[in-house]
Write a protein that binds this ligand. Structure first.
Ligand SMILES: *Cc1c(COP(=O)(O)O)cnc(C)c1O
Length: 377
């Protein structure tokens, strides 16, 4: 048996949608772009979505649109995908890492307080990641952002469809803070091949992002060869957007399939000793992005690596997830980070195993995976 780590769920619906676009003159900046943006904004419950060619581009645009510049500091965590810290460096600002909570794996609001309280008028923003689709503690983060007059950015690249119970009721991830992002790489909940989007209720931020994504052209009544600000080519094609629309029309089916696979895993892991499954809380509704387990604290990185190797030998693709950002070679070199700097992140990272996870993973395959893992622990 050979089971991949992830696999997109592309049906005839997506294929037909692409074929239709290919017959139009609008391969880019056409009607599918605006339709996709409208649909995704409506789904999340925000006023504006600006679709672009990746989640990383979307993060970069937000950093610029919020006026973050050289010398500014942004609080974020090292337990994330590299892009959530890199987007800060793109603008020569500095990420200030704080550690995560050991159960939720999200940013620890208490640690934010201690940093902002103790110093730093240079701290301008918090960039919080809904790790593995679990919403951050957004009530707490919004209170902190308000109290310290900080901008708040939501990296919800992994959390399309996740919901959080606020003081005022349920809200979807992607709608918190000044602006948020989704990403549509093939392993995310929905895909456009490559793609991402900015989400915001602030028209100025939306217009700036849209302009910068399109070479700095004015959003309204701009001329093709007139560039009013520094811009990029972060455009997403109508071909990609057509895939996104088709995927979004299937979103309930997609999220339900993922939930079922996760439940099967959870049920089978109940009887496996030495393994912790992801955190659950009735106020934090996780939309399933990946299926990651943690070995218990008594296990070491070497135990985990041995298990990864053995699983792969059985045809089960798997991975450690994430490698802490501060320990990436580039970050060590640039900032002098070392092991021990962020103990919770490092301890969790040493014990995670991301297992195969996608919409059409069968119950038999999940059983095969769990049984093999059980034998190795
Ligand atoms: C996937 C991901 C991104 C980046 O998205 P791309 O579309 O690959 O650029 C950013 N942040 C997090 C947390 C992600 O998981």
């Amino acid at each position: 048996m050979k089971i991949p780590l992830s696999r997109p769920d592309i049906t005839e619906k997506e294929e037909n949608a692409v074929r239709k676009v290919l017959k139009t003159p609008h391969l880019s900046l056409g009607p599918k772009l605006y339709e996709f943006e409208e649909k995704i904004a409506e789904y999340v419950g925000v006023k504006y979505a600006v679709a672009v060619n990746s989640g990383t581009s979307a993060l970069h645009l937000i950093i610029r649109a919020l006026g973050i510049k050289e010398g500014d500091e942004i609080i974020t965590t090292p337990f994330s995908f590299i892009a959530s810290a890199n987007c800060i460096l793109f603008e020569r600002a500095t990420p200030v890492f704080v550690d995560i909570e050991p159960d939720t794996l999200n940013i620890d609001p208490e640690k934010i307080k201690s940093i902002v309280d103790s110093q730093r008028s240079t701290v301008k923003a918090i960039l919080a990641v809904d790790v593995f689709g679990l919403p951050c503690n957004w009530d707490e983060l919004e209170t902190l952002a308000k109290r310290y007059d900080l901008k708040l950015i939501e990296d919800s690249a992994e959390a399309l469809g996740s919901r959080y119970l606020t003081k005022n009721g349920w809200k979807k991830c992607g709608s918190f803070g000044n602006a948020g992002v989704f990403a549509f790489y093939p392993n995310k909940q929905i895909t456009t091949g490559e793609g991402g989007t900015v989400l915001t209720n602030n028209q100025e931020v939306a217009d700036l992002c849209r302009s910068m994504a399109n070479q700095g052209r004015e959003v309204k009544n701009g001329k093709w060869l007139e560039h009013v600000r520094l811009g990029y080519n972060y455009r997403i094609s109508d071909i990609n957007c057509a895939i996104g629309i088709a995927q979004l029309e299937r979103i309930d089916e997609i999220l339900e399939k993922r939930r079922k696979v996760a439940e099967t895993y959870n049920r089978l892991f109940k009887e496996v000793k030495g393994v912790k499954i992801l955190y659950e809380d009735p106020g934090f509704k996780r939309s399933w992005f990946v299926y990651v387990i943690q070995l218990e604290e008594k296990y070491e990185r070497e135990d985990r690596n041995r298990i990864l190797k053995k699983l792969k030998e059985k045809g089960i693709e798997c991975s450690n997830y994430f490698t802490p950002i501060h320990l990436q070679p580039f970050y060590r070199r640039k900032f002098g980070y070392k092991e021990g700097d962020f103990p919770v992140t490092e301890s969790v990272s040493a014990r995670t195993i991301a297992l195969p996870f996608y919409n059409n993973l069968s119950e038999e395959e999940v059983e095969y995976i769990v049984n093999n893992l059980k034998k190795l622990i």
